[in-house]
Design a protein around this ligand. Structure first.
Ligand code: ACO
Length: 325
């Protein structure tokens, strides 16, 4: 049987030049490098420059993904941008990126699922490709979370950073087996009753202001370990695979302790887990594509490797994806 698969043909990323270390944060906040590293694994984060917008980060990542893919920009017929920090309330930041890229043949829209945004966007693009409505999709995760942080709240502001990552997906025929290259499956979930655990206290129709990120850290932690393990098991079972089949586990980079806890639950050794949280902090929807970019550039993730991704974010939303590279 021949099926349509969405194959990753290129991956790119971009990190703003400015680095903010834990020690620098400790100079202006009642915190310490030791506390931040012990509780989260973070040592530094990148911060967008004044006037540097989410669309600028997204464009740079998309441009680097296009170069890696060797695909003409005119072949891109879909741009999906996962972000919770758009340039403006409307239009979709994806359309700004379209214009910057000159991708005139694309349809473009944003996906809003906070830290799960990239998994949601990948699933959406995959379904458009599988149904024949798209051939070549640019899927981007880009965030400037530094703009929605309350820099007086030491319980949240130390955890996040700015950045962008992108992949190019192309329709290719497969046999319908797990040996196919491309996205094998995606699983998405949400539970709106958990809104109060992680949200931004503003918006166009509520306060008329952008607002700041608010989080019940301990509760988010509890849900993250349970739900991320569940949704990865769901991905493996749906494909008749086990954790030992996974070459690379690329989790959302929320907290090193959450990553370790989930990997341990799944029985995946640390040497098969891609970790960037130490350098990037939590870049929300950008964290998975940035980690994919890092691990493809240093030749850890190679063609035909089986890659498992998963994320959980505000909403709450969570999801997983299984991709043969
Ligand atoms: N520096 C120093 N002390 C701090 C800081 C800080 N930056 N932040 C909080 N504290 C203090 C608290 O005030 C508290 O002090 P108290 O005992 O005197 O009241 C103490 O440290 C312990 O605080 P807790 O909140 O209990 O610390 P905890 O061990 O839960 O760690 C953390 C907090 C790191 C936020 C943890 O709960 C966590 O990682 N949660 C998951 C949140 C997350 O990853 N969110 C990302 C978005 S969602 C996602 O991407 C999955």
């Amino acid at each position: 049987m021949t099926v349509r698969r969405s194959v990753v043909v290129g991956c790119g990323g971009y990190l703003p030049e400015k680095i903010l270390t834990n020690d620098e944060l400790a100079q202006r906040l009642d915190t310490s490098d030791e506390w931040i590293r012990d509780r989260s694994g973070i040592t530094q984060r990148h911060i967008a420059a004044e006037g540097e917008l989410t669309s600028d980060l997204a464009f740079a990542a998309a441009h680097s993904a296009l170069g890696a893919a060797g695909v003409s920009v005119q072949d891109i017929d879909m741009i999906l941008l996962a972000t919770s920090t758009p340039d403006e309330t409307f239009p979709a930041t994806a359309t700004v990126v379209q214009s910057k890229l000159g991708a005139d043949n694309a349809m473009s829209f944003d996906i809003q699922a906070v830290c799960s945004g990239f998994v949601y966007a990948l699933a959406t693009a995959d379904n458009f490709i599988k149904s024949g409505q798209a051939e070549t999709a640019m899927v981007i995760g880009a965030e400037t979370f530094s703009r929605i942080l309350d820099w007086q709240d030491r319980g949240t502001c130390v955890l996040f950073g700015d950045g962008a990552g992108a992949v190019v997906l192309k329709a290719e025929p497969g046999q319908g087996t797990t040996a196919d290259r491309g996205i094998l499956s995606t699983h998405l979930h949400s539970d709106g009753r958990l809104h109060d655990l992680l949200y931004v206290d503003g918006g166009p129709s509520s306060t008329g202001e952008v607002g700041f990120l608010r989080m019940e850290g301990k509760e988010v932690f509890r849900h993250a370990v349970v739900k991320m393990a569940e949704v990865t098991v769901e991905a493996l079972e749906a494909n008749g695979l086990t954790a030992s089949d996974i070459d690379w586990f690329v989790p959302h980079q929320a907290n090193k302790r959450i990553i370790d806890g989930t990997a341990k639950k799944l029985g995946i050794n640390g040497d098969r887990v891609v970790v960037t949280i130490d350098q990037h902090a939590n870049t929300s929807a950008a964290s998975i594509p940035l980690a994919l970019w890092v691990a493809t550039r240093d030749d850890r993730i190679k063609r035909d490797n089986l890659v498992l991704i998963e994320a959980l974010g505000g909403g709450m939303t969570w999801g997983s994806g299984l991709v043969r590279w």
